[in-house]
Structures are given as structure tokens and as C-alpha cells.
Write a protein that binds this ligand. Structure first.
Ligand code: CA2
Length: 146
């Protein structure tokens, strides 16, 4: 049987989660999030692939390649949220629902974080709920019934 697949994609520096700046981002690691979301999606008969990159072009390549291979993307673009026209363009070009996730509330932080260049081309945006945001994004992409 064809297994439905979700991609969890994380941008620059999110590989440092749980190792530094715990007061801003929490104690959990990226691996903890991956483990939680894998369990959640498996309960629905889905599979999760997880990727992280510190490089804008590599994130573009991953999103291009994801088109047709996945049923949705949970994406924390990190700092590129606020700067990347290339990520805006690729999210617009592919036909996958992409949910933008931020661990912190970007609106309660520095002004340069208030603007997302990606929100207008994403299926939805979830911000400020810590690692729960990844779970909420997965639930938004999964069917209502298990
Ligand atoms: O709140 C979020 O999820 C952000 O996407 C995190 C980005 C930030 O640039 C965005 O404005 C909001 C930063 C990710 C850096 O993560 C670190 C984790 C631990 C230690 C240092 C950085």
C-alpha cells in the first residue's frame, strides 16, 4: 500500500536546539521533535522524513525535490523567513501544502523578525507555541480521522 509521507524541514541553526539559548528556544533538541512527530504521524499511517540545512540554496533544492514525493511540509525556515525571496518563490512554485512554524513568537521579538516573506505563500503559519507548533502543523496536514 502507498504510504503517505510528510516532510519536516528545519533551517539554519535549528540543529543547535537544546544546546544553546535554551531560555529562548527551550530545552528540547531537534531529535526530540523528530521523535515526537514521527510517532504522531505513524499513528495516522504516515511516514515522516526530517531534514535540516544551514544553506538557503539547499533548502530550495529540498523543496523542489519534495514536490510530488510528499503530501505536505512542516517548515521552520528560521532566519531565512525574514530574508528569502528564493524560498518564497519555491514555495509558490511547488504544489505542496507548506506550513510555516516558529518556536518563538516572532512578533514579540526584534522588529526584523516581525515580517515573514513566506507566510503569504504558505498554507498556514503557527508561531509561538514552542515545539508544540510542529505537532499542530502535523495535525493540520493529517486527516481528521486516524
Ligand atoms: O522561533 C523560531 O522558530 C525561529 O524560526 C528561530 C530562528 C529565528 O531566526 C527566527 O526569527 C524564529 C533562529 C533559529 C536558531 O536556533 C537556535 C537554537 C539554539 C541556539 C541558537 C540558535
Amino acid at each position: 500500500m502507498y504510504l503517505k509521507r510528510l516532510l519536516m524541514l528545519n533551517g539554519p541553526n535549528l540543529n543547535l536546539l537544546g544546546k544553546r539559548e535554551n531560555e529562548v528556544y527551550g530545552e528540547f533538541t531537534l531529535q526530540d521533535i523528530e521523535n515526537e512527530i514521527t510517532k504522531l504521524v505513524e499513528d495516522y499511517g504516515y511516514r515522516l522524513d526530517s531534514k535540516q540545512s544551514n544553506h538557503e540554496g539547499e533548502l530550495v533544492d529540498i523543496l523542489q525535490a519534495a514536490d510530488g514525493e510528499y503530501d505536505g511540509v512542516i517548515f521552520n525556515p528560521a532566519a531565512y523567513t525574514h530574508t528569502s525571496v528564493a524560498l518564497h518563490d519555491v514555495i509558490k512554485a511547488i504544489s505542496l501544502p507548506v506550513i510555516e512554524v516558529h518556536i518563538s513568537n516572532i512578533h514579540s521579538r526584534e522588529e526584523f523578525r516581525h515580517k515573514s516573506l513566506l507566510a503569504s505563500v504558505c498554507y498556514g503559519q503557527i508561531i509561538g507555541f514552542g515545539k508544540q507548533g510542529y505537532r499542530l502543523a502535523a495535525l493540520a496536514l493529517l486527516p481528521e480521522q486516524k
